[in-house]
Design a binder for this molecule. Structure first.
Ligand code: NAP
Ligand code: F7E
Length: 338
């Protein structure tokens, strides 16, 4: 049988790393797009670079011509769009840029598919941030969107335009609505990676303090390795559709800190309230404090996903629990420090 050909936008990011691994193991030819950068952008995916089924091309989803050229040249069977300005907090500082990449960039890929080959299957990396300030205690595919950031708002456009192209041009175009997923490959300025990296260093005496923002937001955190399996399954269905991918469990940032500290055998006690809230270690030294710098102009207070549809149709459910996730991320930090 002819090898399937995947084209991944956003291959150099966290999910790009895990999706590449999954597809190479399934005998795909994997093509990925990297952007020009002043530093090496392929650090995460270094181990695949010598694989004979792995190919990297320059491109950018804000450059329509580069997308069209790549789609024509590579002739993919499946396109995965993981590319985004993916930091919610940063999207308040770069709203137009975020909209260009996260919304218009997606439309450019859909246009390239429409103009080239309607048989190409398309996956769009949607997000629980689209639910934003929701009144539903648990969110599924029927929950209304009420995004609270330029990031979430741009992703809502991407979600709807993907559906529009599916319906108008009969494209196999599907949306994942993925809740937070983490891993050792997570970007440094997301809260899980920041907490684990800092507390690991603090436990070894290599860092004095961790400064965080809102400790009381709740998130539903899974493992990226599990979530890319769902992404792949979404494109293997008979019909295109949209799926919530989540664990169904939520924790506050403070609970995440406590779980990490426990696994590191770091004894901490919380004191104070609001911006004066701190955590002290066994010697009474302040090792965690709160700063307004990390607060956002708008916050998404809680997110918890209902993946019943994915469980039924995709036969997917998250396997790695939060303690296993944190353990793996701690071990990775320890190895990088050794
Ligand atoms: P990530 O680590 O930040 O990776 C984002 C990727 O997009 C990187 O490869 C980045 O390239 C690339 N990119 C950014 N702008 C681009 C552009 N203009 N043209 C081409 N590529 C561009 O994000 P992730 O955690 O892997 O997430 C993957 C996707 O899922 C994103 O769309 C994100 O918004 C979405 N999502 C993530 C989560 C989550 O919890 N992780 C949840 C829901 C949805 P550089 O390496 O050059 O920066
Ligand atoms: O923040 C709070 C912050 O930046 C989580 C992206 O992958 O998942 C991610 O977006 C929570 C927020 O992720 C700090 O206010 C407190 O409530 O790790 P985060 P996110 O905003 O949930 C969604 C599903 C995506 O789609 C996105 O691409 O943690 N928080 N203190 C902090 N957050 C950060 N980053 N840094 C802090 O110091």
């Amino acid at each position: 049988m002819k090898k399937k050909i995947a084209l991944i936008f956003g291959i150099t990011g966290q999910d790009g790393y895990y999706l590449s691994d999954l597809l190479l193991n399934k005998n795909y030819k994997v093509h990925g797009v990297k952007r020009r950068s002043s530093s090496v952008p392929t650090k995460r995916i270094e181990k695949y670079l010598n694989n004979k089924n792995f190919f990297i091309h320059y491109g950018d989803i804000t450059d329509t011509s580069s997308i069209q050229n790549l789609v024509e040249k590579i002739k993919p069977t499946e396109i995965y769009n993981l590319a985004a300005q993916s930091h919610v907090g940063v999207s308040f500082f770069t709203p137009l840029y975020t909209a260009n990449v996260n919304a218009i960039g997606v439309l450019s890929i859909l246009e390239a598919i429409k103009n080239t080959n309607h048989k190409i299957k398309f996956y769009q990396a949607g997000t629980s941030e689209m639910f934003g300030k929701t009144i539903s205690k648990i969110q599924n595919e029927n929950t209304n969107f009420n995004p609270q950031s330029p990031y979430g708002t741009a992703k809502v456009f991407a979600h709807h335009i993907t559906k529009n192209y599916r319906d108008a041009y009969n494209l196999f175009a599907s949306n994942g609505i993925l809740f937070n997923h983490e891993s050792p490959m997570r970007g440094e300025n997301f809260v899980t990676k920041k907490i684990i990296s800092s507390l690991t260093k603090i436990s070894l005496g290599l860092q004095k303090k961790l400064i965080l923002g809102n400790l009381y937001a709740k998130r539903d955190w899974g493992h990226a390795k599990d979530y890319v399996e769902a992404i792949h399954k979404i494109l293997q269905q008979k019909k295109p559709d949209d799926y919530v991918i989540s664990t169904g469990k939520e924790y506050t940032i403070k609970e995440f800190v406590n779980m990490t500290a426990k696994l590191l055998k770091l004894k901490i006690k919380w004191r104070g309230k609001g911006l004066k809230e701190i955590a002290i270690d066994a010697n009474g030294k302040t090792i965690i404090s709160v700063s307004k710098v990390y607060y956002r102009p708008l916050e998404v207070d809680y997110l918890k996903g209902d993946s019943a549809k994915a469980k039924k149709n995709l036969k997917w459910q998250s396997k790695i629990n939060i303690n296993e996730l944190i353990r793996e991320m701690i071990d990775f930090e320890l190895q990088s420090l050794a």
